[in-house]
Design a protein around this ligand. Structure first.
Ligand SMILES: [Fe+2]
Ligand SMILES: [Fe+2]
Length: 261
């Protein structure tokens, strides 16, 4: 794990995420632009934890784990240059950074590819695990505290996620289990109305688990959170509509592609 530990302790990387946090909280306007969603080191740290959990559940080898941990560590550095195209900008920054490290070219390629694809679907299992670990950080600590005061309709449903406290991942036979714990107030019927948000969370879940050839089970406390393909498709269509309308406003994202039908 030499490379991961070295990168993890590199002040250059910490400084990038510190700057991202400062940019997001610089003013009410910038906080609003970030959607109240953190892309600072606290987010990265949670994604690293999720990657660890997924690797443990799947019994992945140390080499695969290290590769995905490095991609998780670097995945949001592109936010230094704003939300728009942060996947692509981050991939370029990561490539430049990793070129200074003695690393297998194939591994480097997959790390950069995972970062480039963490919002819109990566072809590799490593990339799909990164996207899953990223989106599973949709619990209360993902958001700046003021997000809780924003009405659900204004936050596109995001403030409702603040009722989720934590997430755990496990495997039971051929079932991949994602277990959220809530504060008791999480409302599945209310949040389902925010289809783009649901799509953003459930697409990486579905794509990763399908590529593993496993069945998915998502629970909030002891209730199964079932989302139909119809809801996901409607959410994707709405996301793509937003992307084409708002690209200039810093909400730009790559076009979402999904197999959901
Ligand atoms: Fe990101
Ligand atoms: Fe992220």
């Amino acid at each position: 794990m030499k490379n991961f530990v070295e990168i993890f302790h590199d002040p250059f990387i910490w400084d990038i995420y510190r700057q991202i946090g400062n940019l997001e909280t610089a003013s009410e306007e910038s906080l609003k632009k970030s959607g109240g969603v953190r892309h600072d080191f606290s987010h990265v740290s949670a994604v690293l934890g999720n990657v660890d959990q997924i690797c443990n559940a799947l019994g992945l080898c140390d080499a695969d784990r290290e590769e995905i941990l490095i991609s998780a560590l670097l995945h949001d550095v592109g936010n230094m240059h704003g939300r728009k195209d942060h996947h692509k900008n981050g991939a370029l920054m990561a490539e430049e950074y990793l070129n200074q490290i003695d690393m297998d070219e194939q591994v480097k390629f997959r790390i950069v590819d995972s970062i480039a694809g963490h919002g819109s679907g990566s072809e590799t299992l490593q990339g799909k695990i990164l996207a899953l670990a990223d989106k599973l950080h949709c619990t209360a600590d993902r958001f700046y505290p003021t997000t809780r005061q924003v009405a659900p309709e204004e936050s596109h449903g995001v403030s409702l996620l603040m009722d989720l406290k934590s997430v755990d991942v496990s495997v039971d036979g051929d079932t991949f289990i994602i277990q959220f714990t809530s504060n008791g107030n999480f409302n599945m019927d209310e949040i389902i109305e925010y289809q783009p948000l649901i799509a953003k969370i459930f697409i990486p879940i579905k794509e990763c688990i399908e590529s593993l050839g496993m069945k998915q089970m998502v629970l909030v406390d002891d209730i199964e959170w079932i989302v139909s393909d119809k809801v996901i498709t409607a959410g994707v269509n709405e996301l793509n509509q937003w992307a084409s309308n708002n690209f200039k406003d810093g909400h730009g994202r790559d076009t979402f592609v999904t197999n959901a039908n």
